[in-house]
Ligand binder design. Structure first.
Ligand code: NA7
Length: 481
């Protein structure tokens, strides 16, 4: 496009993605333009509400390229986005603001005439909640529902029980836990919920969505969080509110937790009004936080001393996977408790592994995060070096995405780095905690971990620079300082 202005309807694309309908808008205050020589414009995409700084050569006029760019795609979310932009074009032709929301805004403001706002004054296209994507896994009978999914633990156990069950087709409310940065599509899901009473302790980024998955699939859930406000969405969706960890344990049969680190797990278990105070024979405690093996064993012992059962179950996946119920769950410890958790794991995850002996799940999880952290730090370092070498970072990312290195990490973390926008999906401080914990395993086994050690230093620096609560991709700022 020769000349691009605020309000223009366009086709635009991010590296590794197809062209998508969008509009040139004013950048949001907190989103800095990426460094680099290329001319860039801020685009808000129709249908998803996503936004991105986009290079000028990846922007095309909407009307001019409509025919060629629509013809190939039949995907419903793409076609919905096209409908939305066409509707906006029609409104503008009639002299109206592009959307009825902008119209109401304009009506409540007498600064500018409607027609002027419609052409050039568009602040942003209102974010439309993404549409749920139906899941194709509707159980036909109770038994087949239990046996339908591939999962090693279940296959090994011919005796898996089908407890009193209820079928729920509850939909997760679109406005449940998503924050302004979330682009997640919520997935309706049918799960046969256990009749056991479920507790959930720790409603942070991960726990809030995991608890919501349990509620929306028909489980009877009681939640607790140190900062009570964070329980509000789950309570609105139907969860009960507990007053302390011990209160939740007393009221429930199986209690899950997902808190920041080993210290936080100790606090909620051993601390005042903690899990241990409510624990009694037969109850189950499932900790889904990422912690070290020593803490896993210490907590397991304390729970078992009170007659309880213990399972460690850290998860692979970040905010988006938690919101979609697409986590991969790594479990180890008490096998009977693992069986009893079946419908809960089915609600929160797409696959669950039983790894046997206590500590195996923690080790697996930490080793995976060691790779993730090292790779993310390496990506940030590569983009920094590219910039210093006078290369175009977008081109580098585009090439990476077409190479054998193409993966979600390169796409999502690369995009965050380019946009300079780091909403926490996987907070940097958690990644540094995991690097520290995995280095301890290397230490105990006298296994040198050179790459992980170097990456840990970068995350430490990022934390010291105040980026602990930002996404781990913000390690880029520590490198490109
Ligand atoms: P967040 O979003 O940082 O949430 C951390 C949660 O842990 C949140 O509910 C905190 O409560 C809670 N927390 C932290 N310290 C304590 C103490 N001392 N006592 C009680 N509760 C505490 O983390 P994520 O959800 O991203 O990650 C959770 C885990 O999964 C972590 O191990 C990751 O590595 C993987 P708050 O709301 O601050 O009161």
């Amino acid at each position: 496009m020769s000349r691009i202005e605020i309000g223009d309807f366009v086709w635009a694309k991010m590296t590794g993605y197809p062209y998508w309908p969008g509009k040139i808008v004013e950048p949001e205050d907190d989103i800095k333009k990426p460094k680099g020589k290329s001319e860039m414009h801020f685009v808000r995409f129709y249908g998803t509400g996503d936004h991105a700084w986009t290079k000028v050569d990846l922007i095309k006029d909407f009307a001019e390229h409509k025919k060629s760019l629509i013809s190939g795609s039949r995907r419903s979310n793409f076609l919905d986005a096209v409908k939305e932009i066409e509707h906006a074009c029609e409104r503008r032709e009639k002299g109206l603001p592009d959307t009825s929301e902008e119209e109401s805004e304009a009506e409540s403001s007498d600064d500018e005439p409607l027609s002027k706002r419609a052409k050039g004054g568009a602040k942003s296209t209102p974010t439309k909640e993404p549409k749920p994507v139906p899941r194709k896994k509707k159980p036909s009978t109770k038994k087949s529902a239990y046996l339908s999914r591939e999962e090693p633990g279940r296959r090994m156990s011919g005796d898996i029980r089908t407890p009193d069950i209820k079928l729920s087709a509850a939909r997760r409310s679109p406005d449940s836990t998503a924050d302004a940065d979330s682009t997640t599509q919520y997935t309706p899901r049918e799960v046969i919920a256990t009749d056991k009473k479920i507790g959930f302790l720790g409603l942070g980024i991960m726990g809030s969505s995991m608890a919501m998955s349990l509620v929306s699939t028909g489980h009877d859930v009681t939640v607790w969080n140190r900062t009570t406000d964070r329980c509000t969405p789950a309570v609105k969706a139907g969860a009960k509110l507990g007053t302390s960890p011990s209160d939740v344990v007393q009221a429930c049969d199986i209690i899950f937790s997902c808190v920041s680190d080993p210290g936080a797990v100790r606090d909620i278990v051993i601390g005042n009004a903690g899990v241990l105070q409510g624990m009694s024979s037969g109850k189950g405690f499932v900790d889904m936080s990422t912690i070290d093996v020593d803490t896993v064993k210490e907590i397991a012992e304390a729970v078992c001393m009170r007659g309880g059962r213990y399972l460690e179950a850290p998860v692979n996946g970040s905010k988006k996977e938690a919101e979609q119920g697409n986590l991969v769950i790594l479990a180890a410890g008490d096998r009977s408790l693992y069986m009893d958790c079946y419908s809960c794991f089915e609600s929160m995850g797409k696959k669950t592994f039983f790894m046997g002996e206590l500590g195996n799940a923690a080790k697996n999880k930490l080793i995976m995060n060691m790779m993730l952290g090292s790779f993310t730090a390496s990506l940030a370092e590569s983009l920094t070096l590219a910039e210093k070498a006078g290369l175009d970072q977008y081109t580098l990312l585009e090439v990476l995405n077409l190479s054998g290195l193409s993966c979600d990490v390169v796409k999502s973390k690369g995009a965050a780095i380019m946009e300079g926008h780091f909403p926490a999906s996987h907070p940097l401080r958690h990644m540094q905690k995991d690097m520290k914990l995995v280095l301890q395993i290397g230490e105990e086994l006298e296994q040198p971990l050179h790459v992980a050690g170097a990456a840990n230093e970068l995350f430490k620096r990022g934390k010291a620079m105040g980026y602990g609560d930002r996404d781990m991709a913000c390690v880029y700022r520590a490198i490109n300082a």
